[in-house]
Each structure stands twice: as structure tokens, then as C-alpha cells.
Ligand binder design. Structure first.
Ligand code: PA5
Length: 443
């Protein structure tokens, strides 16, 4: 496939026969996913998103993005969890590290993904009197964090533009029929985009959830979908030796069973940082249930080699690493020559910085392998839309298969409700009074 998994450094940890022994389980997981015989089968519509999407809606997304790019300095994109991670991830991957400092382009700024009052207040100050629009994203339409941020920014929008023009600057991405947000959108005539019932938040980046903010940032969503479409077509082989997404799922399951229960997703590029955040939600929310599952974590190299690197090299041996290695950076820099070699860097003169980065990566892989940490690498050819679309689909498929391999439903998230119930009790939300009373006694 276009995205390649390099598992050649796992020899010390996984024997070849172990992978072939997994084949029967992978076949069963594939059946659960593709034929819908597994738990959560009503949440598989993301499988088809790259090929079977609403073309009219896609055109509306492009048109809305063009309008926002013309009439707004900021798009305030409001959502939490699966309703923002994919969009923010894609925007960071596709753009320069300093993209947000370029004032000519419309800036997509995310809000409603925490309950920080400072963040929201500072963002209100940043927007100031400049032109802005809002994209509020919530499948349920009732999530507290985005609902508060939306109320706050909606008030600012109406104050600035008046009700009528404000209504033309609000873009809603939510369920087709249900939820408070849908009701509000219908009453006010806001432009709406649909999150399909069968697409869970963490599998929604290739739906309007991700596509509108990505398009507003100037990302090419046609190319993104093209990459995902090719992945959809390429990654159907069940043979683990021929399908790298399935092979990755099988290998991480083998490692997990041996006690390597924490996976660290690593990169060597600062603008892949959010890719790890997106992946952590995809993996953690899909797999961590029934008191089991790999704990997904991340590290940013070479930065974190000067902090977490010590632990990875010599700490508790329950870690394995998956590196996202970017094969071609957007830009390269040549180490300059200097008259006197006072800094001792003469041996690197004329070398490209990306070459140095690659040597660091190679050195780390061998050092960590020697230290008892299994390392795999996923090669990402470049940071363009096509590659990103392919990567997204690669990991979505891999994590869904991983979930079934571990005997859980990869598409539900019952555990995220517990904190909400407590929070509603403590906030005095109608219907949660009794819980609130009990909790208050414990505080
Ligand atoms: O992946 C998920 O399902 C969650 O992270 C949700 O995306 C998150 O809780 C936000 O939910 P909603 O889109 O309903 O506001």
C-alpha cells in the first residue's frame, strides 16, 4: 500500500509464526467489521465515507468555505472530542508551523474543547472587532463544553452583526434530525451539515465535521478524500502479510498480550503533534473498555528525547513505540559552513537538516530496541492532503480491527458518561438533583 509499515526491527520481540498464528483471528475481526457481525455494527458508515458521500453536501461545504474565507478573518470552530480533533489535526499537518501567524488567510481557531474561562475570554479578545463566523460541531447537540462556547460566541456575533446577518455566519454540523442544535438551526435557518448516525465522533474527520474547517484553512478536501478513497480500496486484503493496516493491528495485539500495554505514537515533526492527539482519541476511546486495552500515549521527537527519552530507554518495560516517519518534509535546511569550527559542527556542514533528523530516528530505533522496547514505523510519504487522507483511513481501519481482535466493541464509549453524570449533578442540572446531593456529601 501507499503507506508502509516497517516492522523489521521487531524480530527480537515477535517471531514470524506468531503473526501467521494471528491470521484466523484477523479473519474473524475482518468479518465482524466488513460484514457487520461484530458489536457496534450500526457505527460502520465511516468505512464508506471516502467513496459514498453526499456530493451536494460536499459542494455546499466548498461554497461555505469560500464564503467564510472571503468574509471572515476567523472561523471559530466549536466542538470537543471527535468533533474537533480531526479538523485541528488535519489543519496542523497540512500547514506551516507558523500558519496562524500569517494574517492574510482566514484563521480557524478551535473553542469549546475545554471549560477554561481564560481560554474563551482570551479568544473573545483576540477576535475583537474583526469579522468572524462560527462552525459549531456536535453530533448529540447537547455537549456542555461546546454548548457554553457557542452561547458566548453567538452573543458576540449577534451584537456585532445583528440577528439577521449573524444567522448567515453560523454553520452547524450535527445530527440530521435530533438534538438541541438541530432544533436551533431549523428555527434560525442556519446552514447545516450532517453527521450520519453510523459515523461516531472519532471516525468523523472525513465527514463535514473535519471537511469544513479543513477547507476554510485552505486545505484541498478533494485530494484528502482521494487519498482516503485509495486507502479504502487498497486495504481490503485480509492476509496480514499483504495489508499493512491489518498487520499493524495484529502486531500491536501480539505485543499487548506479552505485556507491552502502552503504545507511544511518535513523530519527528512538530506539526504532527496533533496527529497523535487525534490517534490517541481514536485508539483510547475505541479500545479502552471492559478493563482492558492498550494505553495510547504520544511523544514528540527529538524534543521529548530530552525528557521522556530516559524513561523509554530504561524505565518499566511495558512500552512499545509506533513512529510516524515523514519521508519528505515540506522544507529542508542545509547546515551552513563557518570559517572557524568553534561549535564543532563542521562534520555536518552541507548536510541537510532532514538527513540529520533521519539519522536521529535511526539511532533512536536501534537504541530503544536494544533497551527492550519494540518499535514499528509507519512511513508517511509527505504532508500533503492525499497522504493525510490515506493515513487517516489506514489508522481508522487498523484501530477498528484491533478492537475486534481484543474482543471489545470498538464503536461505543460508555465510559465517557460517568464524569458527565457527576458534573451535571454538581451543576444542579434538572433531573440530576439526587446524584448532586449524594456527591456534595462526599466532597
Ligand atoms: O468520539 C466521540 O464520540 C466523542 O469524543 C464525541 O465526539 C464528543 O464527546 C463530542 O460529542 P458531540 O459531537 O455529541 O458533542
Amino acid at each position: 500500500s501507499y503507506i508502509k509499515l516497517d516492522s523489521s526491527k521487531l524480530d527480537k520481540f515477535v517471531h514470524e509464526n506468531e503473526l501467521s498464528e494471528m491470521q484466523a483471528l484477523v479473519n474473524a475481526a475482518d468479518d465482524e467489521l466488513r460484514n457487520g457481525t461484530g458489536a457496534g455494527n450500526e457505527y460502520r458508515d465511516w468505512l464508506d465515507l471516502p467513496t459514498n458521500y453526499d456530493q451536494d453536501e460536499f459542494a455546499r461545504i466548498q461554497a461555505a468555505a469560500d464564503k467564510i474565507r472571503k468574509d471572515s478573518k476567523y472561523l471559530i470552530t466549536i466542538g470537543i472530542g471527535g468533533s474537533y480533533l480531526g479538523g485541528q489535526m488535519a489543519i496542523e499537518v497540512l500547514h506551516s508551523n507558523f500558519f496562524t501567524r500569517n494574517s492574510d488567510e482566514t484563521q480557524v481557531i478551535f473553542a469549546g474543547n475545554s471549560l477554561s474561562s481564560s481560554y474563551l475570554s482570551e479568544l473573545l479578545d483576540l477576535v475583537g472587532n474583526d469579522d468572524f463566523s462560527i462552525n459549531v460541531i456536535s453530533k448529540s447537540g447537547t455537549t456542555t463544553e461546546p454548548a457554553i462556547a457557542f452561547r458566548v460566541f453567538k452573543e458576540k456575533l449577534v451584537q456585532k452583526y445583528g440577528e439577521k446577518e449573524a444567522n448567515g455566519r453560523i454553520y452547524v454540523t450535527t445530527d440530521a434530525k435530533r438534538g438541541a442544535l438541530k432544533r436551533e438551526a431549523d428555527v434560525n435557518g442556519w446552514e447545516s451539515f450532517v453527521i450520519l448516525d453510523g459515523v461516531g465522533g472519532r471516525y468523523s474527520v472525513l465527514s463535514p465535521v473535519g471537511l469544513l474547517p479543513i477547507a476554510v484553512s485552505g486545505g484541498n478536501i478533494d485530494d484528502l478524500m482521494h487519498g482516503a478513497r485509495d486507502a479504502q480500496n487498497d486495504l481490503t486484503e485480509t492476509d496480514v502479510t499483504k495489508n499493512d493496516a491489518y498487520k499493524y493491528a495484529a502486531l500491536r495485539n501480539i505485543l499487548y498480550r506479552k505485556g507491552y500495554t502502552t503504545e507511544i505514537l511518535e513523530n519527528y515533526e512538530p506539526n504532527l503533534r496533533m496527529f497523535s492527539e487525534w490517534w490517541k482519541q481514536l485508539a483510547g476511546e475505541s479500545e479502552g473498555k471492559d478493563q482492558k486495552g492498550i494505553y495510547p500515549s504520544s511523544a514528540n521527537f527529538t524534543t521529548d528525547l530530552h525528557s521522556l527519552g530516559q524513561y523509554i530507554q530504561e524505565g518499566l518495560r511495558n512500552l512499545f513505540e509506533t513512529v510516524i516517519k515523514l519521508d519528505t518534509p515540506n522544507e529542508d535546511v542545509i547546515v551552513p559552513s563557518a570559517d572557524k569550527d568553534l561549535d564543532g559542527l563542521g562534520y555536518l556542514e552541507g548536510k541537510s537538516m532532514d538527513w540529520v533528523n533521519t539519522k536521529a530516528y535511526e539511532g533512536v530505533v536501534l537504541a530503544h530496541t536494544d533497551g527492550g522496547v519494540p518499535v514499528m514505523t509507519v512511513h508517511m510519504p509527505d504532508q500533503k492532503e492525499y497522504s493525510l487522507g490515506y493515513m487517516i483511513y489506514f489508522f481508522e481501519i487498523a484501530i477498528a480491527i484491533s478492537g475486534y481482535l481484543n474482543g471489545i466493541n470498538p464503536f461505543n464509549q460508555p465510559g465517557v458518561e460517568a464524569y458527565k453524570t457527576n458534573m451535571f449533578g454538581l451543576l444542579g442540572k434538572p433531573g440530576f438533583e439526587e446524584i448532586g446531593d449524594e456527591l456534595n456529601k462526599r466532597l
